[in-house]
Design a protein around this ligand. Sequence first.
Ligand code: NAP
Length: 288
Amino acid sequence: MLINASTKLCCLIGCPVAHSVSPQMHNAAFKALGLNYVYLAFEVAVEDLEKAVRGLKAIGVAGFNVTIPHKINVMKYLDELDESAEETGAVNTVASEDGLLIGYNTDVYGVMKALEGFNLPKTKPALIIGAGGAARAAANALMKIGFNEIVIANRTIEKARQLADWIKSTGRKAHFHSLDRLGYIARGCGVIINATSIGMLPHANETLLTSKDIPENSIVLDLVYNPPKTKLLREAERAGAKIISGIEVLIHQGARAFELWTRCKAPIDVMRKAVLAALEAEYRESSS
Ligand code: NAP
């Protein structure tokens, strides 16, 4: 890749960002299409967010991703929000359009694409474990797909109640629970989405559900993507459920961002290959 005075900048801002594989995913995609873009990751502390966003705008950034802990706070420094960000109340992608910074939530699209092609049991309730930003994006995706009943289970019950209230405000049915009776709740659901960080490396042997609580023929999506096949997904497979790795969400949210920044069709297979190679390299490094 030749970096020169015309190279366009895309980046990630968050804290921490060291383990992100988005630079590998996007740079592989730019290279595959011969686009003069580069993607970097910047660690931005909470107190520096406004300065960072204004600085990126001033230097003419093409676009950027936003991760923990800035997905909500970044909204007040943007010029406009698209429908996905407005509805979800969080931004994970910003695109510069005619000099204005527009906020999007491409996690919603990522979850919808990851579930595409499965025979989704929409007449049964769907379960989301977690009530943070990713859970909110997952809930929005499920509603857009046509689910009318969503159960939220979260460690902090107040946050589960808030998410359930938002779902109810759109006219759908929603219930909220703590994690106490998660197994019992899961047994009645057709789609199960883990939107907590449980199971992520270095705690790859943790899961909130085991095979005895996962219905056969249910569809289980784990938003955790490192490792690609989490303990939850292994338990789900043992139960006879269909499984979807968080990698699919990562790739599709990234593909949508790539298309917003470049107006070119994202090379999905290149992006998937780059993500898997980056995760494998990280795993080898951590276990050596
Ligand atoms: P967040 O807003 O910080 O929410 C974290 C959620 O995890 C909360 O519901 C939290 O519960 C729960 N949690 C954390 N530690 C827990 C524990 N020890 N026991 C039980 N619950 C726990 O984070 P987020 O942005 O929603 O992200 C959640 C996960 O999704 C992360 O692993 C993230 O990497 C992943 N994600 C993946 C993609 C993708 O592309 N695949 C996209 C977005 C997010 P409390 O409310 O009780 O704190």
